[in-house]
Design a protein. Structure first.
Lengths: 194, 244
């Protein structure tokens, strides 16, 4: 049993970019997570774009998005055998006018699940912003990985099948995917507690 | 059916954290998911995370009094030290954790283009810094005490003086953003953002006490802010599919 309680979360507020992307906020310097590649990378290089919309269908123009994923071979950076030129971690502000975010990354490989099965290629996504009291975790899967998605232990266990589609990034031209996140409403994105 | 021993993160206590929707905090109304988040046991994807080395730090990143000041000048305001330790739920120190902070200046104003408060900017203050915890999980910043400020929520809402903290432990499951408040600030208990936290006991965890032991005589007061992240423990992973 845990002995201590986790520190309670508080919203990142409207000025999260000062602390997490100071370069973007005009304070100078380069931002951590701005690039996920430190050299030539293995596998398919892709761009993932999207917006985060609120309950009034307005895009969040003050959010911060972070992603974490395995490399093209399904190995997490920092572990043995990982692509040395791929960091696996990206951090981007949403555009202050359009709300659009963009990550230039690679398509991840299959990743082991604790019971020995495999998880479909996926990206862990974490969102913070004004009005979000505890960072929101979700997962991005790829709509063109139908076979792997069909046996993914997390995706296939979402009881309401219609909601699974909210986790699928859709092909949007060559090597491009679109992943729009909806915080509220009929097509609300599935968020996870893990 | 067999069970596999697995080190995972015990489930987050969501009744301890502020709920997604807290009506008095207006911004949460349109930004809170209506559905409860779906639970699953952590996998490799949540049990790993980026590792930050000291190469990501600049020499003055821990010193907000100096890191945006012109040579020979300094940020204006009450000089303070903010220090503490980062540990996990099992009281183990979290070494190598990246802490990023941001805050308003001593007058209560942020250096941000969308900031509208009439209080003055301080040309020698940027308002952000970062450190990495040492082997004992300890960290320390120098800064000026931020001022409270009004914000557009209710007709007359004021934020208590606070410093935002972003924390990276050793895995994505530990990712946390929170705020530190100052002992004795009467605005803490009037703030709708603080008030979203369900219990007073949890709020107290975010209130840093004055730490006279670490105060530097004739220079700076010290505040102590300890942070607890989620911790891993051995569990038996049930090999069956479970509906979310």
């Amino acid at each position: 049993m845990a002995q201590l309680k986790e520190s309670p979360s508080q919203t990142a507020g409207p000025y999260v970019h000062i602390g997490c992307t100071p370069g973007h906020a005009g304070l100078g310097g380069s931002d951590l997570g701005a690039s996920m590649k430190t050299g030539p990378v293995q596998g398919q290089e892709i761009a993932v774009c999207g917006t985060i919309t609120d309950g009034a269908d307005d895009p969040l123009t003050d959010a911060l998005v972070e992603i974490w994923q395995a490399d093209a071979n399904g190995v997490y950076p920092g572990t043995t055998g990982a692509d040395p030129n791929f960091t696996g971690w990206g951090r981007k502000p949403t555009d202050e006018v359009t709300g659009e975010f963009r990550f230039d990354t690679v398509k991840p490989g299959l990743v082991p699940y604790p019971d020995g099965r495999l998880q479909a290629p996926h990206v862990t996504v974490w969102i913070v912003a004004r009005g979000i009291n505890l960072g929101l975790h979700t997962r991005l899967y790829f709509a063109d990985e139908q076979e792997a998605n069909g046996t993914d232990p997390i995706l296939s266990s979402i009881a309401d099948e219609s909601r699974r589609a909210t986790l699928l990034a859709l092909p949007d031209g060559p090597d491009r995917y679109r992943f729009d996140i909806r915080l509220q409403g009929a097509d609300e994105t599935v968020f996870f507690d893990m | 059916m067999t069970d596999t021993p697995h080190e995972s993160y015990p489930r987050r206590d969501r009744d301890w954290h502020p709920p997604a929707l807290s009506l008095p905090y207006k911004s949460s109304r349109l930004r809170s998911p209506n559905s409860r988040p779906l639970h699953f046991l952590t996998t490799l994807s949540e049990e790993t995370g980026p590792v930050f080395g000291h190469d990501v730090l600049n020499p003055l990143d821990h010193d907000l009094i100096q890191n945006f000041a012109k040579p020979g000048e300094a940020a204006i305001g009450p000089r303070i030290i903010v220090h503490g330790k980062v540990q996990d739920e099992f009281a183990r120190p979290v070494a190598g954790a990246l802490i990023e902070i941001w805050q308003a200046n001593a007058a209560g104003r942020y250096r941000h283009k969308r900031e509208g408060y009439i209080a003055p900017l301080d040309p020698n203050f940027g308002g952000c810094g970062r450190v990495i915890t040492d082997d004992r999980g300890a960290y320390e910043f120098q800064t000026v005490q931020p001022g409270p400020y009004p914000w557009p929520n209710g007709p007359n809402d004021w934020r208590p003086a606070h410093i935002h903290f972003s924390l990276f432990g050793s895995s994505f499951a530990q990712r946390l953003i929170t705020q530190m408040y100052f002992e004795g600030d009467p605005l803490i208990w009037r703030c709708p953002i603080v008030g979203a936290i369900p219990s007073g006991e949890a709020v107290e965890r975010l209130i840093a006490p004055l730490d006279m032991e670490r105060t530097i005589p004739m220079d700076a007061r010290a505040y102590r802010f300890d942070i607890t992240l989620r911790g891993r423990e051995q569990t038996l992973f049930e090999n069956r599919s479970e509906g979310l």
